[in-house]
Design a protein around this ligand. Structure first.
Ligand code: PLP
Length: 393
């Protein structure tokens, strides 16, 4: 047998299944089947007009060339000032690095920090790219199980029990994808106490920080002594409905920012210049659109949680943030993948098996409620009909 032409490391690379399910749903749609899309994690709102106008102006102003790998000063200043205001700790423009989407921050920081054999603690169920990247660089993935009985928040004592001398990095995500859980003040204080004095870094994925319905957003970076330990990831995709623009950033210690910038030079050179100017306008401009979007999401959350809890064999915790629900489907007697397939092919509802977010997602589904209330109602009706038809089969 001839040897594979592909690098062995590729066998360790995972993926984000939401895109596969979207592709399957599109095939069914092309054959005439009607599908309600609750699989993809992107706001269904349009990017606010003033942000589009800023991009157009930037094009006419000549932001059509390469820029610095670390990001344009105008956006690094806007991002540092936004983080200083919102996280209540001082951030400087030279501690910021701008990337095409927030996702590359995960890629680059894991590459920059993790040696083969280093342990990385990450949430499971969690955003699948964490586990994929840890494996890709030869790190040892150490899953922290998020439990329904703890509203899917990271349990601080359990987290502490996962730390060993080999722990290099810990990944936190609040509000969380796929469960919508949000860390409390007591949680982040407990984590700060545990991290204090230890030789490890914490990647705080705060990309959903503004999509919050209950309580206050708590960032680990806000606590004394934590800023140096934290890689704070944030972006524009979710807050400003800018998924297709590809714009995100991180705040981190300057030496790490320099390495991430070097990885930028080696990969994409820089983030699109006019897109960065639109991002600066987004952060410096009126924020009403964010509030309007969040209040609409809140209504949808209430609608979908009530609807799911009324389905046979399904129970659903009410999430405090993001735009996902993670219902428990063990009462249906089906596995997550069986039920997700049934819903897609028979029910006409595209959603994800909980296992798309790691092994501890078994027994759950993830639904994104970034879709109209009308479509959510339609999806719930279809799910009810399908479940009733299959009950006891
Ligand atoms: N982090 C989490 C938890 C996400 O859910 C996503 C996107 O779905 C990202 C990061 C990356 O977002 P983007 O690259 O669009 O900025």
């Amino acid at each position: 047998m001839s040897k594979s032409i592909f690098a062995e490391s590729l066998s360790r690379l995972g993926t984000e299944t939401a895109f596969d399910v979207l592709a399957k749903a599109r095939v069914l749609e092309a054959k005439g089947k009607n599908i309600v899309h609750l699989e993809i994690g992107e706001p269904d709102f349009d990017t606010p007009a003033f942000i589009k106008e800023a991009a157009i102006k930037a094009l006419w102003d000549g932001y059509t060339h390469y820029g610095p790998a670390q990001g344009l000063p105008a956006l690094r200043e806007a991002a540092a000032s936004y983080l200083t205001r919102s996280r209540k700790v001082q951030f400087e423009p030279d501690e910021m690095v701008i990337t095409p989407g927030a996702k590359p921050i995960l890629f680059f920081s894991i590459m920059a920090l993790v040696n083969p054999g280093d342990e990385v603690i990450y949430p499971n169920p969690g955003f699948p790219i964490y586990e994929s990247m840890i494996n890709y660089v030869g790190g040892v993935p150490v899953p922290l199980r998020l439990r329904e009985e703890n509203q899917f928040r990271a349990d601080v004592a359990e987290l502490r029990s996962k730390i060993t001398v080999r722990t290099k990095l810990m990944i936190l995500n609040t509000p969380q994808n796929p469960t919508g859980s949000v860390l409390t003040k007591a949680d982040v204080e407990g984590i700060a106490e545990m991290v204090e004095g230890r030789d490890l870094m914490v990647l705080c994925d705060e990309v959903y920080c503004q999509i919050l319905y209950e309580g206050k957003f708590e960032s680990l970076a806000s606590l004394p002594g934590m800023k140096e330990k934290v890689i704070l990831l944030d972006g524009f995709s979710k807050t400003y409905a800018m998924t297709g623009w590809r714009l995100g950033y991180a705040a981190a210690r300057k030496d790490l920012v320099a390495y991430i910038s070097k990885l930028m030079v080696n990969s994409v050179s820089c983030t699109a210049s006019f897109v960065q100017m639109a991002g600066a306008a987004a952060l410096n401009g009126p924020q009403e659109s964010v509030g309007l979007m969040v209040s609409e999401f809140k209504q949808r959350r209430d609608l979908i949680v009530a609807g799911l809890n009324a389905l046979p064999g399904v129970t659903c915790v009410k999430p405090a943030g993001a735009f996902y629900v993670f219902p428990n489907i063990t009462g249906t007697g089906m596995s997550s993948q069986e039920l997700a397939d049934l819903m897609l092919y028979e029910g006409g509802v595209a959603l994800l098996a909980g296992t798309c977010f790691g092994a501890y997602g078994e027994g759950y589904l993830r639904l994104s409620y970034a879709n109209s209330q009308e479509n959510i109602r339609q999806a719930l009706t279809r799910m009810k009909t399908t479940l009733e038809k299959h009950a006891g089969k």
